[in-house]
Design a binder for this molecule. Structure first.
Ligand code: 6GU
Length: 261
């Protein structure tokens, strides 16, 4: 029932550092999450424990060798546990909340290979890897942070990992839109007050205000999310209203960026 990962990296200390704090640490101690961190160098056979080499065909940068990865994965397979092998690389398909949900539901252990250097020998991809994932459109020095992003985002979906206070609220990203604004005490700070509705005690009004602010934000910051989001008739009506307000105030007849709502 516990969710399991194996991270293969040449910097095990980087990965262990994050796993040793806060919620993830507690999940591991509580037996809800298991993470094996494996040093790729332990699976090399030469005196210098080499994990990379020069690229055939020349050019700059180094390439991760296939043999140490093959050795590491063979060693993991010895216990007979079913595994899904994932390579972390900017060339991968985009990792999303949907992928996190899929991993949280997967019975298999998930092996995360942290790519380093300029790339990995193509034969390792072909022979050893089930899928390739990227965590966003920017380039990291290695897959270690990506492995932690994946473990963290999956762990918080596992039953019992988040305490009541942390998990009580279904964050709106689950519905495919951005979160609404939050406030806590004091009621006034540097002249900025908390919206009256949040102090009203009227739970229907509060829920409506939050939903609308979430939609407003999503329209402003991430209109791309609205295309795939789970929207009610009421949501769409509110978005159309927002769009027509914007069109009026900008003095244009049409507003191309908001068509369709
Ligand atoms: Cl998975 N690895 C690296 N090196 N850079 C990335 C990435 C992964 N995802 C986004 N950028």
């Amino acid at each position: 029932m516990a969710c399991g990962f194996d991270v293969i990296t040449i910097f095990p200390g980087m990965v262990r550092a994050y796993l040793g704090e806060s919620i993830i640490k507690r999940a591991i101690q509580g037996g809800l999450l298991d993470v094996g961190v494996h040093n790729l160098r332990d699976f090399t056979k030469d005196r210098h424990r080499t994990t990379d080499d020069y690229p055939y065909g020349g050019g700059s940068g180094m390439v991760m060798k296939v043999e140490p990865l093959h050795e590491a994965l063979s060693a993991l397979r010895q216990d007979g546990t079913p595994r899904l092998t994932v390579l972390l690389t900017p060339q991968g398909r985009a990792y999303t909340q949907q992928t996190a949900e899929r991993f949280a539901a997967d019975e298999r252990r998930i092996v995360l290979i942290c790519g380093r250097y300029e790339g990995i020998d193509e034969r390792a991809r072909e022979l050893l890897v089930d899928e390739e994932l990227s965590i966003g459109d920017y380039v990291l020095t290695g897959g270690e942070l990506a492995s932690l992003v994946i473990i963290d985002s999956v762990a918080r979906l596992l039953p019992g990992v988040l305490g009541d206070a942390e998990s009580a609220r279904e964050e709106s990203f689950t519905w495919g839109i951005l979160d609404y604004p939050h406030y806590t005490r004091p009621p006034e700070f540097l002249g900025r007050t908390v919206p009256d509705v949040l102090l009203s005690g009227n739970h229907r009004d509060i829920a409506q205000w939050r939903r609308r602010e979430a939609l407003r934000r999503t329209l402003q910051r991430r209109p791309d999310l609205l295309e795939k989001a789970d929207l009610t008739v009421e949501d769409k009506r509110f978005l159309r209203e927002l769009c027509s307000d914007r069109t009026k105030s900008s003095g244009e007849d049409t507003d191309e960026s908001y068509k369709g709502y």
